[in-house]
Design a protein around this ligand. Structure first.
Ligand code: CO
Length: 155
């Protein structure tokens, strides 16, 4: 017998890949000295995101990327994270076919959302789930290119 929760779970869209894993760093250029220059990863982009108070870099490796995040505004959550815990792993980002649909279904399942709707990220529509609901992991979702949130957010 199916409960309502079983039916919702049955319709959850599959995660298609790990889009990126993010590392918070004090100094982006110093971190590139390791990830680009010593590990030999290709540097795809470096860009400031003033609305989030960070500067980020993406370095692709296979089907995924490493995201380096340098806080530029000390009042942000990521700056406080760096202050409290130091440099290191910050979040993992999974790609989904339809982000707003995924958020709705996760909310129905009782998952605490940091972003209740997709917002404009550097690489596409994104939303964060609260680590409290993800066994301590900060989870980001990103919509795959061509999904419905791309046009609704004006990419
Ligand atoms: Co990210």
């Amino acid at each position: 017998m199916n409960t309502a929760v079983d039916l919702v779970r049955a319709r959850l869209p599959r995660l298609s890949r790990v889009h990126h894993i993010a590392v918070v760093v004090h100094d982006l250029d110093a971190a590139l000295g390791f990830y680009r220059d010593l590990l030999g990863l290709e540097l795809e982009t470096v860009l400031p995101i003033p609305s989030d108070g960070v500067r980020i870099a993406f370095l692709p490796v296979g089907q995924t990327k490493v995201e380096l995040v340098e806080p530029t505004d000390p009042t942000t959550g990521v700056a406080r994270f760096l202050e409290a815990r130091g440099e290191g792993f910050h979040h993992v980002c999974f790609e989904v076919p339809n982000i707003n649909e995924a958020l709705t279904r996760l909310a129905i399942d009782g998952i605490q959302l940091i972003d209740t709707a997709a917002r404009k990220g550097a690489e596409g529509p994104v939303a964060f789930l609260h680590p409290r609901s993800c066994h301590g992991l900060l989870v980001e979702l990103i919509e795959a290119p061509g999904g419905p949130a791309w046009s609704s957010l004006g990419y």
